[in-house]
Design a protein. Structure first.
Length: 362
């Protein structure tokens, strides 16, 4: 891809996507309180941490949060300084693409040439200085190159649960490294994932983005007509209810599938900051720390002759004897016990409970 010079610096916004169904961190997360509203890795919740590090990038008046109506109260409670008009209500769960069109249309009505950075509410990042530098680099590329920018995470192991990005030609040789995207790769099998690690050309797809709103709108108009119609409805002269109906009519779709994988000018910044999507209970071990036997403990616990086991005694003493590769998580009304390598399957428990598939045996 060649380069072209865009306009000067845009007014910059940041958008936090705060929806979610609360399945992977059961029994602590529930549909009414997904993981971004929990203090999983520190004293603040993941949402609060996300907003706090974005304060280093944009002022609070240009920070937006998109959430479903049933979670709006939690957002307001946890981010009391967020302006009321900056909390955008998602009328229905439709994936990241409609969610981000909603935010982009809001910004475009106020600043047609503004730019926006996009972040999930439930990621863990502790190196704020590098994060700020990388995001500012993303803004610069989005504004100068009129590109849709994503952030790639250098893989540390052959993860099959993430999508990958293969990079192409570099965009100027300045740090942090930035390149044009050659292609997006869906979640690979173990063989391909092992091949991607260490190539220097493949990165995990983080689900974080930067773009100018006019560049996103052009890409939506070209590649996603249903989203283009939604954008028109959101900025039209109709009622709030008519815009909500238009939102509900859009098929669920991710921004990757709808736009990023199809657009012509897509760039990737190689993130220098530490990153975790905190995707399961097993993933918090690296954040909480492990002992010499590979165990991770939080709360009131007693582990005897255990290895590679995570135990969270949130409301009472949890004692575990002779366990290997287990997760044991206590909450006020339920206890989770599962093999550590099945942590991603915890959502099956939530599904089963939703269908009433449990017994009370006396």
């Amino acid at each position: 891809m060649g380069t072209r010079t865009g306009g000067g610096r845009s007014t910059r916004y940041a958008v936090i996507m705060a929806g979610g169904s609360g399945t992977r961190f059961w029994p602590h997360s529930r549909r009414a309180k997904p993981k971004q509203f929990l203090a999983i890795v520190g004293q603040r919740t993941l949402l609060q941490d996300t907003a706090q590090r974005l304060r280093a990038v944009v002022p609070m008046r240009r920070l937006l949060v998109v959430a479903p109506r049933e979670l709006a109260g939690l957002v307001t409670e946890q981010l009391p300084r967020l302006p009321a008009e900056n909390l955008l209500i998602e009328p229905a769960p439709r994936g990241t693409a409609p969610c981000l069109v909603l935010a982009a249309a809001w910004i475009a009505q106020r600043d047609p040439h503004g730019s926006m950075a996009v972040f999930p509410a439930d990621h863990a990042i502790t190196d704020v200085d590098r994060f700020r530098g990388d995001v500012e680099r993303g803004f610069e590329i989005a504004e100068r190159e009129e590109a849709l920018v994503t952030f790639g995470i250098r893989p540390t192991h052959p993860e099959t649960g993430y999508g990958y990005i293969e990079i192409g030609a570099p965009i100027r040789r300045t740090a942090p490294r930035a390149s044009w995207v050659r292609r997006f790769i869906e979640k690979p099998d173990a063989v391909r994932a092992r091949r991607f690690v260490g190539t220097g050309r493949h990165f995990w797809n983080s689900g974080m983005f930067v773009w100018r709103v006019d560049a996103l709108r052009a890409a939506v108009a070209r590649h996603a007509p249903a989203l283009a119609s939604l954008w028109a409805a959101l900025e039209g002269n109709g009622t709030v209810s008519s815009a909500a109906r238009a939102f509900r009519r859009v098929p669920p779709v991710s921004i990757d599938v709808a736009v990023m994988e199809r657009a012509e000018r897509v760039a990737v910044v190689a993130a220098r900051f530490d990153w975790s999507d905190v995707g399961s209970w097993a993933a918090v071990a690296e954040r909480w720390g492990v002992d010499r036997d590979g165990n991770t403990e939080r709360g009131d616990t007693l582990l005897i002759e255990c290895r590679d086991t995570l135990v969270y005694g949130a409301t009472r003493l949890v004692a575990v004897l002779g366990a290997r590769d287990l997760l044991v998580v206590d909450s006020h009304d339920a206890v989770l016990v599962c093999r550590r390598d099945r942590a991603q399957d915890v959502r099956r428990i939530v599904d089963a409970l939703g269908r009433g598939r449990y017994r009370r045996v006396r």
